[in-house]
Design a protein around this ligand. Structure first.
Ligand code: ACO
Length: 441
């Protein structure tokens, strides 16, 4: 018997099935062949939160959560953070290889050609309330881009996909900067294509009366590295959203808007915002033990800690911690870092966190850097979205090239059996409260 198979005996029928194992997975469709009766439904895997199911084959990002390893297209994240830049990493993710000099120049040129947005898009952003959350602005505005580029619907046309990819990577920083300036009541700043991708972003954010904005090279590099660290992370919540929405053949702007919406939640990219809020609430390192106790009592979660896949230190957090000190050399120290360090120290020695393998994740230190650079907390998930755009579009294109079917999971139905409709005037009207949705299990 070949060893790379799984033998299953269905004790309902006594039948034995041999299922192939490929790359440590079994094909879900094989389970469907296991039936209690010939006309009955096939067996299904029950996997809430898609926690133990490979939903695609991918060549993009390798992640070993136990070993704390992250690689883009085979290159270790540490090397890319040290030696590459965001635009080169975006090229690597989207195209599969590092660019030659000529190709990189073309890529840079092509991205810069798309940094400007349509004037109507600025009016669209003006329509948001002065205190609108920038992540809400980003999600809405990226979605609106599909109405500006109807050619994006040609998702099977390689050239169209290339153009939309460049537009998305180019316009995300512009939209993010517009959202930032809108929240501050500041006049919008046009892109400056003499600057680098990240330098131009800083200019669109922070330029005031000066004729030419010159970004501080340390801050420019730090933000660029943060974009690299956030660029992809295989099948996380927002990337899975991108693939699922893309599988319906929606246009890429709708795909990226949906992915950004998934990112905005506090369990995902929104955590960056909540970490700093939590650090401020704690205030000083001596108050950390009280926070740890409330976390252990189950009153709250330690934001920026824990990860579905990493059961060892998140390699991105290690790099970010180092960058924080480089940034503080320029901006002055963010006192929140002392609270963060004390939190990490105590948590990593505490049985509660050790037992559950809870370590700082990418967002634990990033917020302290962003805050020192002058961003308000609401901007943190927006910065995450800029970096992750390259990953989303790479994963979306891979899904299309794989010619994947529309995503359509199954469910375990536990609701009512067949019932007959009762007219309104014959229903029980004595209850004081309306029924609430109940958990099925
Ligand atoms: N603080 C305290 N306890 C935690 C934390 C935390 N941050 N995270 C998990 N736990 C505990 C849970 O209470 C649970 O304990 P139990 O077994 O006693 O019930 C156990 O660890 C397992 O937790 P799950 O919720 O099952 O872990 P899951 O993999 O579903 O969640 C998640 C992962 C969402 C990241 C979670 O760790 C969390 O909420 N962290 C805080 C938010 C955060 O930082 N999110 C950013 C993640 S990185 C990113 O998206 C870029």
């Amino acid at each position: 018997m070949p060893s790379d198979t799984l033998t299953i005996v269905d004790n309902r029928t006594g039948k034995q099935y041999e299922i192939p194992i490929e790359h440590n997975t079994i094909p879900g469709a094989e389970l469907n062949k296991i039936k209690a009766s010939p006309d009955g439904p096939g067996l299904r895997a029950f996997d809430v939160a898609i926690a133990n199911t490979a939903t695609c084959k991918s060549n993009i990002t390798y992640l070993d959560g136990e070993g704390g390893v992250l690689r883009y297209r085979g290159f270790p994240i540490e090397e890319l953070a040290e030696r590459s830049n965001y635009l080169e990493v975006a090229y690597l993710l989207v195209k599969g290889e590092l660019p030659s000099t000529t190709h990189f120049e073309m890529w840079q040129h092509n991205i810069k050609m798309h940094t400007i947005v349509h004037e109507n898009l600025k009016q669209f952003i003006d329509g948001f309330r002065y205190d609108a959350h920038p992540m809400g602005i980003l999600i809405g505005t990226v979605g609106a881009l599909s109405t500006f580029y109807p050619d994006a619907k040609a998702i099977h046309d390689v050239e169209s996909r290339r153009v939309q990819t460049r537009r998305l990577i180019a316009k995300l920083p512009t939209i993010a900067a517009l959202a930032y300036r809108h929240s501050r009541g500041l006049k919008y700043v046009s892109p400056d294509n003499d600057l680098s991708y990240t330098g131009n972003f800083l200019s669109m954010l922070f330029k005031m009366t000066e004729l030419k904005y010159r970004p501080d090279p340390v801050l420019e590099r730090a933000l660029d590295v943060l974009f690299i660290l956030h660029a992809d992370h295989e099948q996380n919540c927002s990337t899975t959203t991108a693939r699922v929405v893309g599988s319906s053949h929606a246009d890429p702007y709708s795909v990226v808007a949906a992915a950004a919406a998934a990112l905005s939640g506090p369990r995902h990219g929104g955590a960056s915002e909540d970490v700093v809020r939590m650090l401020h609430e704690v205030g000083t390192p001596d108050k950390v033990p009280a926070l740890i106790e409330s976390v252990k009592a189950g009153d709250r979660r330690l934001m920026g800690f824990g990860h579905r896949v990493y059961k060892n230190y998140d390699p991105r957090a290690r790099i970010i911690k180092k960058i924080a000190y480089e940034v503080f050399e320029v901006t002055g120290k963010n006192p929140a870092i002392d609270v963060a360090l004390e939190l990490e120290r105590i948590a990593l020695e505490d049985e509660y966190f050790i037992e559950r393998k809870l370590y700082p994740n990418v967002d634990f230190y990033s917020g302290t850097i962003y805050e020192a650079m002058g961003f308000q907390m609401e901007m943190f998930p927006v910065l995450f979205a800029i970096g992750r755009t390259a990953g989303w579009v790479a994963q979306w294109a891979e899904m299309l090239v794989n010619d994947e079917r529309i995503a359509r999971p199954r469910q375990m139905y536990l609701g009512e059996g067949l019932r007959s409709y009762v007219p309104l005037d014959r229903r029980d009207d004595s209850g004081e409260r309306e029924p609430e949705i109940r958990a099925p299990y």
